[in-house]
Design a protein around this ligand. Structure first.
Ligand code: 5GP
Ligand code: MG
Length: 175
């Protein structure tokens, strides 16, 4: 696989969509005291942009969930980094880069509900690939729905490369 020159969403399109999402989520979360839970590493740039664009005051926690090898979801979700504590009075805003098969967001939600007793869990994902779903899983807010293509940039990687790109590109077969 190699990086395609085609940009799917450029930095201006990303920034403008983040602004819109921030306004909507601010008004939907009014009156709660939310924790922003950042799903490392792919969601980091998006989370930082979103949290800064929002007026809601957040505390920030990190979780690392890993399911991908190369461009393939393994279906099994491992948690190398997890937050701890009792979150029974908390609304959690889980910030994801992309929802694909749905296994990761579902596994994180289950951990938050069962292990941390989170009162409420809302999910925002910058991208969504609904045609790839293997388990039922719907984000409360989505930046863009896309078809079944593998994307990189704006935090998202191909074997850890390309997370630093400011625009979102697709990958294409090499050769
Ligand atoms: P799921 O568990 O929903 O299949 O996958 C979620 C995770 O897989 C995402 O958080 C992301 O890390 C990775 N992923 C899924 N699709 C893509 C993609 O098109 N590009 C990249 N870079 N990662 C993806
Ligand atoms: Mg991720």
């Amino acid at each position: 696989m190699k990086l395609s020159k085609t940009i799917l969403f450029d930095r201006e399109a990303i920034a403008s969509r983040i602004e819109d999402l921030a306004k909507t989520i601010d008004s939907d979360l009014a009156g709660t005291s939310p924790i922003a839970l950042i799903a490392l590493k792919g969601a980091m740039p998006m989370a930082m942009d979103l949290i800064r664009a929002m007026n809601t005051p957040f505390t920030v926690e990190l979780i690392r969930a890993k399911s991908y090898e190369g461009t393939h979801s393994t279906g099994k979700v491992a948690f190398p980094i997890v937050p701890e504590g009792d979150w029974s009075d908390k609304t959690v805003l889980l910030i994801e880069d992309i929802i694909d098969t749905g296994h990761t967001a579902t596994a994180i939600s289950e951990y938050l509900r069962n292990d941390l007793n989170a009162q409420d869990i809302r999910i925002v994902s910058f991208l969504d690939k609904p045609s790839r779903r293997e388990v039922e899983c719907e984000a409360n807010w989505v930046g863009f729905s896309i078809k079944d293509v593998f994307v990189v940039g704006y935090g998202m990687d191909y074997n850890e490369a390309y997370r630093d790109l400011p625009d979102i590109h697709t990958m294409e077969p090499s050769g």
